[in-house]
Design a protein around this ligand. Structure first.
Ligand code: CA
Length: 194
């Protein structure tokens, strides 16, 4: 993902959170105009929109400080509360989008959902992959079995080593290999840990 895209995504997250200074959970579905059925929604009547100027559109969470886009996720705390460097915000900003992950998981769902994601809905798995920091985090979010966790380790290892055989043993169709390897590598490159 290009820097521009990452910044746009970070801003989208920020707008979702910051235009509504009500302490809400992030509504990730709004980042991708995707279905929102599984994301808890809560909107307070006191939400009035983002008060920041156009050149500093990012509003910190617990202070009225506005900062420029270039200071989001740049490893320096610019918000007093550190919100511009918050882990979940920066993780989501660098990952493949939820729509990309959803489309990928839907295309591969016959084998990948039962083997790696405990049979959950592709939508739920996509959300988990977009925000989890590592396999343990993902496992807790999705309620995965030890078998799923073992398979996830094998799958990421296979992608890193360029060896499709462990995935073929999980019923991955041979034609899916390059797409699967690409997506798993994208997740690793964006900071997803094993
Ligand atoms: Ca910063």
């Amino acid at each position: 993902m290009s820097l521009t895209c990452r910044i746009e995504l970070a801003v989208a997250i920020a707008v979702v959170i910051c235009t509504c200074a009500c302490g809400m959970k992030i509504d990730f579905s709004r980042l991708t105009h995707h279905r929102r059925s599984y994301i808890p929604q809560k909107r307070g009547s006191e939400c009035t929109g983002n008060p920041c100027p156009a050149d500093k559109p990012f509003l910190c969470k617990s202070s009225p400080t506005c900062i420029a886009l270039k200071y989001i996720c740049d490893n320096t705390f610019d918000c007093e509360d550190g919100f511009d460097e918050e882990k979940s915000l920066c993780t989501a900003a660098s990952r493949p989008s939820i729509d990309q992950l959803f489309n990928f998981l839907t295309a591969e769902q016959q084998w990948i959902i039962p083997k790696l994601f405990g049979g959950v809905e592709p939508e739920f798995a996509a959300h988990g992959l977009a925000v989890a920091s590592d396999i343990d985090d993902l496992s807790m979010t999705l309620g995965l079995t030890p078998e799923n966790v073992k398979n996830l380790h094998k799958a990421f290892q296979a992608a890193m080593e360029g060896d499709e055989r462990p995935l073929l043993a999980m019923n991955m169709p041979e034609r899916s290999w390059h797409e699967v390897q690409y997506m798993l590598q994208q997740l690793l490159d964006s900071g997803f840990k094993l």
